[in-house]
Design a protein around this ligand. Structure first.
Ligand code: TYD
Ligand code: MG
Length: 457
């Protein structure tokens, strides 16, 4: 345990983690109101990484055995993690309440228990019987063998994990645990920091693959200081629209693998099911030949994914044009509408514009720009794009269409799903190999105006 310094209160912002010598009503760093709270002066020294020897080693001599990985066998989860959980590695899982965080990790524990790995689930949210009830309903090999500890005391969790030394453990949730050494409330900045630092230390010492579940705020950030995200090895977010069954697990940070890798699941009565071919699922209900609908091959992780983008342009009623988006960036839409107005002579600025990614998926890439612009104009002109067309490309402020990364895999995924025409940036098209272009009609464009003419002639 860390020795406490002499008591002198210090303060930290719950939203951004900035530290202050006195209390204030508003954080001067991030501008949030009412987020400053008192914290214990000395954060635990337990968080200091143990590097095991002070002498530098040759890179060639450092062991990197992959035996430290514990693949769960749940392919979509392992994929998002870059191959599976890592012994001694700590992952923070964030997501809206009710999205399926507890379900996902319970299934992961069961899968590992079925492979004879010991698994412990620490719950501060629900009682052991509530957790067991749900676990039995989900079922699956290994579920019976998962151990549950219901507690809100950090010391209990530490003692249990130190004694048990499980291969894998879940803390549900980090906000509900409380270190007795600190007087502040569970979920406060100092508690979160202390709890996280001590659990991370424990995981590293015993080689436990540890998952911390974290609540998210309305804005979608993991509640508590950003510090948490810096402390852990991997940050996962579980996303989806609760009115849909699809869930996307995304690694936004990963020290052990590629970031932005994602796994796709579907929630049903027996818990989460893997979706090995998500493109087909996201396009299942596409209204072919309908104005405003455009298919985009996205490629945020290493896996390309086709999604349907829908736009609806309608007369504004109150003179104040509205923009409503779901699953995509509203600022991007605003910029594109201005570019359409100034560079492509499409007067949509005074209209209501609604845009969404169908099926509850979320896309956060510039490659979406061109498809979004085409969808808006398609709805505006009441003209559908060809049913076998996919569109991707970034749009610049001058109305130019710019290259995006990984055009090859995007096109390959479109071909696999039966699409035949590709509207894409000229600079991407020029660099494609014969094999990548095979069997497809490419429609390379250099400007947004050209793109509209080509897609909606
Ligand atoms: P849960 O894992 O408790 O979400 P979180 O931990 O992120 O808050 O999942 C809660 C929701 O999932 C709940 O609304 C019911 C639904 N659900 C199913 O549809 N099927 C199932 O088998 C389970 C366990 C939950
Ligand atoms: Mg839960």
């Amino acid at each position: 345990m860390a020795k406490k310094k002499a008591k002198k209160p210090s303060y930290a912002c719950r939203a951004c983690g900035a530290q202050f010598a006195r209390w204030m009503g508003r954080c001067t760093t991030c501008g949030e109101w009412d987020t400053i709270e008192e914290q214990a002066a000395a954060p635990s020294t337990a968080s200091k990484e143990r590097t095991g020897g002070a002498r530098p080693m040759r890179i060639g001599d450092v062991s990197t055995e992959d035996a430290r990985r514990l693949p769960t066998g749940i392919g979509e989860l392992d994929r998002a993690l870059g191959g599976g959980p890592v012994r001694g590695g700590v992952a923070l899982l964030g997501g809206d309440p009710g999205i399926g965080k507890s379900t996902l990790l319970m299934q992961a524990l069961a899968a590992l228990a079925a492979r004879d790995e010991s698994a412990v689930y620490v719950t501060g949210e629900e009682s052991a019987s509530q957790v067991a009830l749900r676990a039995r309903r989900i079922g699956g090999a290994g579920m019976e063998a998962v151990r549950i500890l219901a507690t809100t005391e950090l010391e209990d969790a530490e003692a249990a994990l130190s004694a048990e030394k499980p291969a894998v453990a879940v803390i549900d949730s980090i906000q509900t645990l409380r270190a007795a050494s600190l007087s502040s409330a569970p979920g406060s900045v100092s508690q979160l920091r202390e709890v996280a630092a001590r659990l991370i230390d424990l995981a590293k010492r015993h080689g436990i693959a540890l998952f911390l579940i974290g609540h998210v705020t309305k804005e979608g950030a993991i509640a508590g200081p950003k510090v948490l995200e810096h402390l852990v090895d991997t940050v996962l977010s579980f996303e989806g629209d609760r009115s849909h069954a699809f869930r996307v697990l995304r690694a936004t940070k990963n020290r052990f693998g590629p970031a932005q890798e994602m796994g796709v699941f579907e929630m049903d009565r027996e818990g989460l099911r893997e979706v090995p071919d998500p493109s087909a699922l996201f396009l299942a209900e596409r209204p072919e030949g309908s104005a405003g609908s455009v298919v985009v091959p996205t490629a945020e992780g290493t896996r390309p994914l086709l999604v349907e983008l829908q736009a609806l342009v309608a007369p504004a009623v109150y003179g104040n044009a509205r923009r409503v988006v779901s699953g995509l960036d509203g600022n991007r839409l605003a910029i594109l509408l201005a570019v359409l107005d100034r560079k492509a002579q499409t007067r949509v600025l005074d209209r209501d514009v609604f845009a969404s990614v169908a099926g509850g998926a979320r896309v956060d890439e510039r490659a979406l720009d061109l498809a979004l612009a085409v969808a808006v104009v398609s709805s505006y002109r009441q003209r559908a794009v060809p049913a076998d067309l996919v569109v991707f490309g970034e749009v610049g402020l001058a109305g130019e269409v710019r290259a995006v990364p990984r055009p090859g895999p995007r096109i390959a995924e479109a071909r696999k799903l039966g699409f035949r025409r590709v509207l894409l940036p000229k600079t991407n098209a020029e660099r494609l190999t014969k094999k990548e272009k095979k069997g497809l009609t490419l429609m390379p464009v250099g400007t947004l105006a050209e793109a509209l003419e080509t897609a909606l002639d």
